[in-house]
Design a binder for this molecule. Structure first.
Ligand code: X8Z
Ligand code: ZN
Length: 621
């Protein structure tokens, strides 16, 4: 989601450029602290600190609107000139946010209120990509980030004499079952954004941003990114490992089953029955969601389920109707409709006459209610979930718009990503009947539950190791543990170790496969999605309990439940004003992120997979 900065001095500025990133939050308990500079001037008072924060919020709010509108135009019309404007804006934004972050050090020794300290921390640690405070560095950083982002969004590949864009290439990966063609398209994408130039730009960007992070008192940018979770960076990293440990066994079982099915479909030559899986066979450009394999990896003795893409197509849904349907889910929970300007100003259908950043994002341009999405929507089940995801960002943005500017953000960035996905977990067969998409006679009976769970697992469980390895790679790069000459090899070591996948072909010397992913080319931290995929099931479980639901979790829908809606809105309205455990507790009653909800949701499937895999040699090494 975007907005120049929500809560950030400037990183959000860059996060802005960076696409769908929720502006970064506040590291209330960040471990690194810059020493107060000894300027010889009179020691500042608490009143001075209050004035500084109030001025900073005014300055940021004003800049945020200018920055958001600039970025909106660039994302919707990618040209030489809009890149120029974006670069210029982003340089100013970085300079401003770094200046404000640096100034917080003056107030280090004061006994500030909790609220003031939180705001200081937002200013200091919330910058996604800081630069050292000389303008040459900020300008160079903007040049590099704009070039990478724009190269990513405008990449094309030639197929049969025609230039094909990313949206269409993604479509091929989802639907083709021709291994040679898949490998060709998979590799073509990874040539389409100028990998050599991007790798060089990336390495230089890392140097500048790390220097910026060190100037602000962090050991490197990885520590700074991890300092936005109300606990010391090292503790947060350990938290992530703990959560991954909870869900890893489920992923291994899913991997084992899917590998077996792919081996059956393609034969040993294409996909062996043991070892890692070929990355291009999983129905997705990045092997991050395997939902497109629902037909391949179906559960054989389960009763008939349904194909949501087909239901949408058969009912003549178009992108606007999909968006309206998602909006209705939110309003059924008691939330206000989206403003008319949402419909007038959003980009919901891919324009054919110009280049746009197709990766879906949600925006609040004026920090009040100029809410919009930008999405090249296709009539598919995937995009039906994504449109709920994007509206989740918008409804959250509006819910916290009464907060002070520096608290206009998610409780942490994982919350921002989880809102809409949590809502989409309520897209159950009964809900589809309620909105007229599914015939009551076609509601799958209990014998189909394993099939329904499998479909969801191919999306939600397959994603987890991907989400973790994305930032494992970046943290290691930012810490200097992975050097530029090893970027690609280290990427594939992590892909293999976490996901158990390998590239379809030998990767060349000049490959830069991390750049194939939007969030790396555009510098959007990715840990947020891992956290979201854990927490959305916590939200769902708590909401279903609140609703008095007694059946299996995957059949529970909170559609129309205003009581749950009111409790959820109360959490959203808090924004980033309190430490995230307080926000989590307000809705779920627990103060911890915890994998037990996602495990409970998939428990019947886990038992089934274990049984099915009993004779298989799982794992990949
Ligand atoms: O980037 C997104 C959203 C915008 S914040 C469309 N997502 C991640 C991705 O596409 O990689 C949603 C799920 C993961
Ligand atoms: Zn998002």
């Amino acid at each position: 989601m975007k907005r120049l900065m929500t809560g950030v001095a400037s990183g959000a500025l860059l996060a802005l450029l960076a696409g769908c990133s929720a502006p970064d939050t506040d590291p209330a308990a960040s471990s690194a602290a810059t020493a107060a500079p000894d300027t010889g001037a009179a020691a500042p008072t608490v009143a001075d600190a209050a004035q500084f924060l109030s001025d900073a919020e005014d300055e940021l709010r004003a800049f945020s609107e200018f920055g958001s509108r600039t970025a909106w135009v660039q994302n919707n019309f990618i040209t030489y000139d809009t890149n120029w404007l974006l670069e210029r804006m982003s340089t100013q934004g970085t300079e401003m946010s770094v200046r404000l972050a640096t100034e917080t050090a003056r107030y280090n020794d004061l006994d500030l209120t909790t609220e003031m300290s939180r705001k200081m921390n937002v200013l200091r640690a919330g910058i996604t990509l800081p630069a050292p405070s000389d303008s040459a560095a900020a300008a160079r950083l903007s040049e590099l980030t704009t070039r990478m982002g724009s190269a990513y969004s405008t990449g094309l590949m030639e197929i049969d004499g025609e230039m094909v864009d990313h949206n269409e290439l993604e479509n091929i990966m989802r639907t083709s079952r021709d291994p040679e063609f898949l490998s060709h398209v998979w590799s073509g994408w990874r040539d389409s954004y100028g990998p050599e130039q991007m790798a060089t730009d990336y390495a230089e960007m890392v140097e500048i941003a790390n220097a910026g992070a060190r100037d602000l008192g962090f050991s490197d940018l990885a520590e700074m990114w991890l300092s936005n979770y109300d606990m010391p960076a090292a503790e947060m990293e350990a938290e992530v490992e703990r959560l991954w440990g909870q869900v890893e066994p489920l992923y291994e079982q899913l991997h084992c089953t899917v590998r077996g099915e792919l081996n059956g479909l393609y034969g040993d030559e294409v996909q062996a029955a043991d070892g890692p899986i070929r990355a291009d066979l999983l129905g997705n450009m990045w092997a991050q969601s395997w939902a497109a394999l629902a037909d391949v990896a179906s559960v054989s003795d389960a009763g008939p389920a349904y194909d949501l893409t087909q239901l949408l197509v058969d009912a003549d849904y178009d992108p606007i109707r999909m968006t309206e349907t998602a909006e209705t889910f939110f309003t059924s929970l008691g939330m206000e409709e989206l403003p008319d300007t949402f419909w007038e100003r959003s980009l919901i259908v891919q324009p054919r006459d110009r280049q746009v950043a197709c990766h879906a994002s949600a925006w609040n341009l004026d920090s009040v209610d100029d809410l919009r999405i930008k999405m090249c929507t296709r009539v598919t089940a995937d995009d039906f979930v994504t449109v709920h995801h994007e509206l989740g960002h918008n409804f959250y943005q509006r819910a916290y718009n009464q907060q002070d500017f520096l608290f206009q953000n998610g409780a942490h960035d994982g919350f921002h990503e989880a809102i809409g996905d949590f809502i989409a977990l309520s897209v159950t067969p009964d809900y589809l009947v309620q909105i007229g998409l599914l015939d009551p006679a076609d509601v799958p009976d209990a014998s189909a539950d394993l099939g329904l769970l499998m479909d969801t697992a191919l999306d939600k469980i397959a994603f987890l190791p991907f989400a973790i390895m994305m930032d494992q790679w970046r943290w290691q790069v930012l810490r200097g543990e992975i050097q530029p000459e090893d970027y690609n090899e280290a990427w594939w070591e992590l892909r293999q170790s976490y996901q158990g996948i390998v590239p379809p072909t030998e990767r060349g010397e000049n490959a830069f496969d991390p750049g194939s992913k939007y969030h790396i080319a555009n510098n959007v931290p990715y840990l947020r999605y891992f956290l979201s995929f854990i927490m959305q099931f916590q939200f769902h479980q708590a909401a279903c309990e609140m609703a008095g639901w007694e059946g299996p979790l995957h059949r529970c829908s909170i559609y129309g439940n205003e009581e749950v809606g009111a409790r959820f809105s109360a959490m959203m309205e808090m924004g980033a004003s309190q430490p995230w455990p307080d926000a989590l507790e307000a809705f779920t009653g627990t103060r911890e992120m915890d994998g037990s909800a996602i495990i409970a949701y998939f428990e019947p499937l886990m038992l089934h997979l274990q049984e099915q895999n009993a004779t298989r040699d799982c794992g990949w090494d």
